[in-house]
Design a protein around this ligand. Structure first.
Ligand SMILES: Cc1cc2nc3c(=O)[nH]c(=O)nc-3n(C[C@H](O)[C@H](O)[C@H](O)COP(=O)(O)O)c2cc1C
Length: 341
C-alpha cells in the first residue's frame, strides 16, 4: 500500500478537528470504549450511545476512560425524545466532561445544542428527510447525519443517491452520509455527492475491537445485501436486521392489538417503551452471547465486507481506497480534457 495522506481535509474534519472524515457510528450495545478509542486514535471519530451504559454514572466513567486513552475527538449519541428518561442527566455529563461532538437521535435537540455550544461541543443530528433537517438547522445544529436507505440500525427511507444532494441543495450546514458505506470508493462517491464526511456502522462491527458475539461478525461476512430485512418487531419502527431463522419466524409487522394500542394517545408512550425494552433484551442476548434467537442489526453494506480486521487496518484501507478512487476520477477528468472536437 502506498503511503497514506496525513489527512483528508473537508468542512467536517476542520470543524471537528480529526484527520479523516470517517465516523464509526454510535451503535447500541456494540460501541464500547475500545472501539471508540481505536477509531479516534486512527484519525476518525469514534461514536458511542450514552445508553450503552446501565446508569448515568457508568456512562460518565466510560467518557472519562475514553478521555484518558485519547486526546482526539470522539462523539456521544443522545436520544432526545421522551423514550429516554436519562436525557437530562446524560447531557449534564457531556457538558461537564466537555464531550467534543454529540450526535442526537429523534426528538427535539434544542436543549442539547444550547448546552453543548456553551462548552464548545459540535452537534450533529440524525435526519432521514428534509423537513427534520431544516428544523435542526434552524435550531442551530452544526451538521446533520443523513441516514439513508440501506443503513444498519434504523434505516431511513430515501436512497443515499438522492438524500445527500437533496439535503445539500437546501442546507448550509455540513452533511455526513450514513447507510451502506463499507469502502473508500463509496466514501469518494458520498463526498462527490456533497457529503463532507461519512458515518459507518456495520463495517466496524466486523472489527477486532468490537466486543460482540463471533457469530454476529461471521454473519456479516456471510451475508449479502439481499439478506438484510426491515422489521418493526424489535423497536416498533423499522430496524435493519440480517435474515435469520429466528427473524423469519418473528416477522416484520406489529400485531393488530399493538398497532391499535399505538394509535391511543394516552397509551402509546407506554406501549412504545414496553416494545423498546423487550426489543433491547432480545438485541442484548444476541449481541453479547450465543443464542438461537439471532437478532443482528446490519446494513446492506454487508455485501462489501469480507474480513474481520483491526480498526487501524480498516481505516488504512478506507483511506487507500478513497485515494485510489480520487486518482481514477482525476484520470477520467484528464481523459475528458483530451477529447476535443
Ligand atoms: C447494531 C447497530 C446499532 C446502532 N445503534 C445506534 C444508536 O444507538 N444510535 C444511533 O444514532 N445510531 C445507531 N446505529 C446507526 C449507526 O450509528 C450508523 O448510522 C449506521 O450503522 C450506518 O449504516 P451502516 O451500518 O450501513 O454503515 C446503529 C447501527 C447498528 C448497525
Amino acid at each position: 500500500m502506498s503511503s497514506l495522506p496525513q489527512q483528508i481535509p473537508s468542512t467536517f474534519t476542520r470543524m471537528v478537528g480529526c484527520k479523516y472524515p470517517i465516523i464509526a457510528g454510535p451503535m447500541f450495545l456494540v460501541s464500547d470504549v475500545d472501539l471508540v478509542v481505536a477509531t479516534s486514535e486512527t484519525g476518525g471519530v469514534g461514536g458511542m450511545p450514552s445508553l450503552n451504559w446501565r446508569t448515568t454514572e457508568e456512562f460518565r466513567t466510560a467518557v472519562q476512560a475514553v478521555k484518558k486513552r485519547t486526546q482526539k475527538p470522539f462523539a456521544v449519541n443522545l436520544i432526545v425524545n421522551q423514550s429516554n428518561p436519562r436525557q437530562e442527566a446524560d447531557l449534564e455529563v457531556c457538558v461537564q466532561e466537555k464531550v467534543p461532538m454529540i450526535i442526537t437521535s429523534l426528538g427535539n435537540p434544542k436543549t442539547v445544542i444550547q448546552a453543548m455550544h456553551q462548552v464548545g461541543g459540535k452537534i450533529f443530528c440524525d435526519v432521514t428527510d428534509l423537513k427534520y433537517a431544516e428544523k435542526v438547522e434552524g435550531l442551530g445544529a452544526d451538521g446533520v447525519i443523513a441516514v439513508s436507505s440501506g443503513a444498519g440500525g434504523h434505516a431511513g427511507p430515501i436512497s443515499p443517491f438522492v438524500l445527500i444532494p437533496y439535503l445539500k441543495k437546501h442546507l448550509k450546514i455540513p452533511i455526513v452520509a450514513a447507510g451502506g458505506i463499507s469502502t473508500g470508493e463509496q466514501i469518494a462517491a458520498a463526498m462527490t455527492l456533497g457529503a463532507s464526511a461519512v458515518q459507518m456502522g456495520t463495517r466496524f462491527i466486523a472489527s477486532t475491537e468490537a466486543h460482540v458475539e463471533e457469530n454476529y461478525k461471521n454473519a456479516i461476512l456471510k451475508s449479502d445485501p439481499e439478506d438484510i430485512m426491515l422489521t418493526k418487531k424489535i423497536s416498533g419502527t423499522n430496524l435493519a436486521v440480517i435474515k435469520t431463522p429466528y427473524i423469519e419466524k418473528l416477522g416484520t409487522e406489529l400485531g393488530i392489538v399493538e398497532a391499535n394500542l399505538l394509535k391511543n394517545p394516552k397509551l402509546k408512550k407506554y406501549v412504545k417503551m414496553a416494545r423498546i425494552w423487550i426489543g433491547s433484551q432480545k438485541l442484548k442476548n444476541a449481541i453479547l452471547g450465543p443464542t438461537y434467537k439471532e437478532v443482528w442489526s446490519a446494513g446492506q453494506g454487508v455485501g462489501l465486507i469480507e474480513d474481520i480486521s483491526s480498526v487501524k487496518e480498516i481505516m488504512n484501507r478506507l483511506v487507500h481506497e478513497y485515494v485510489t478512487a480520487m486518482e481514477r476520477n482525476k484520470e477520467m477528468l484528464q481523459a475528458l480534457s483530451h477529447t476535443g472536437p
